[in-house]
Design a protein around this ligand. Structure first.
Ligand SMILES: [Zn+2]
Ligand SMILES: [Zn+2]
Length: 328
């Protein structure tokens, strides 16, 4: 309403203070152990797997897998039914239609995402692509968000490394800048950003055959990095199989540099992509955001939406570029 935002409210759960990610993660790190449903051998403690990378001789929901996709047990969304709007006085609500899945990235506990081999990260990206395309085939889904919460301040509630994919029945407003730019200039904003960044080179961190890593102009978070495919492509689901390993090794490099150079911050990994089942994809160009969470959103960010970034992207790019070349 006032904020012009949709909020997903879980109606049927009562959470105790300790159930919230901050308190829970603090407890997990304090105990440094406890039961983990994502570990190999504990498959019976998760919902039935949707699919997994596993050798043909191993059975679903049993051990032996490499990467495993399961429904999110604590989803705020219901996968069945149709979208229905209900009004309550001046307020608008819909039922929580949507699909929410978890991709467990390794059977091994305690290995962080950036420590996985590039081959394993390639399997994770391949799985995310397949799940994206599967969710996109559901006409009720209009937007698919892939994200990863790494560490306490990024919202991780389980230590075992995993990413999540959520299919929403509406298109969130977060990337509408791409559409506004396209409508005004008849050109893709990300393609134009790539062109300018390759000329200026002040925010460029790395360029591979098919991808560019840069610290975006006026970024919201210190050391925020975007990985963008050089060729125009709207949907992450159209990522070519031949490019997956190149992307996996660049992603591993960038996540490693952030973790090692910045002393293991929490971070989010987000894949922004074109809406699905909603017409025009032309203004969209998918890309990945790596956002270290080194500062907490304070009053000014919450009140005005204006982010205060204490490290300029130009400075951050120089530091990350140097750390990357030291790694090579
Ligand atoms: Zn585990
Ligand atoms: Zn483009």
């Amino acid at each position: 309403m006032v904020k012009n935002r949709w909020v997903a409210v879980a109606e049927d759960r009562v959470l105790k203070p300790n159930d919230f990610p901050t308190a829970k993660s603090a407890q997990i790190s304090a105990v440094n152990g406890g039961f983990c449903p994502f570990c190999q051998g504990n498959e019976a403690h998760t919902p039935h797997e949707i699919t997994a990378c596993r050798p043909p001789e191993s059975a679903p929901d049993g051990p032996g897998w490499l990467v495993r996709a399961i429904p999110n047990k604590f989803s705020a969304f219901e996968p069945e039914g149709t979208l229905a709007e209900k009004k309550s006085g001046i307020y608008r609500a819909t039922n929580g239609l949507g699909r929410h899945e978890v991709i467990i990235e390794t059977p091994e506990h305690g290995v962080e995402f950036h420590e996985l081999s590039a081959e394993r990260i390639g399997l994770v990206l391949g799985m995310l692509k397949r799940r994206y395309n599967d969710l996109a085939a559901d006409g009720r889904i209009k937007y698919i968000q892939i994200y990863k919460n790494q560490g306490l301040f990024a919202g991780a509630s389980l230590k075992h490394t995993h990413s999540q994919i959520v299919g929403l029945p509406f298109v969130p407003a977060e990337n509408e800048g791409l559409e506004l730019y396209y409508n005004e200039k008849k050109s893709c904003l990300l393609c134009d950003i790539i062109k300018q960044e390759k000329e200026e080179r002040t925010r460029l961190v790395h360029e591979s055959d098919s991808f560019i890593a840069l610290c975006p102009y006026a970024s919201r978070f210190p050391y925020e990095v975007w990985i963008v495919p050089l060729a125009h492509q709207g949907h992450f689901g159209d990522l070519h199989e031949d490019k997956i390993m190149e992307l996996a090794s660049l992603l591993k490099d960038m996540a490693s540099v952030i973790m090692n150079r910045l002393e293991m911050p929490s971070y989010n990994l987000i894949i922004n992509t074109a809406p699905v089942n909603s017409g025009e994809a032309a203004p969209y160009h998918w890309y990945m955001e790596l956002t270290p969470r080194m500062v907490v959103n304070a009053g000014v960010e919450i009140a005005t939406g204006v982010f205060i970034n204490p490290v300029s992207p130009e400075l951050a790019a120089g530091i990350l570029k140097e750390a990357l070349s030291a790694r090579k």
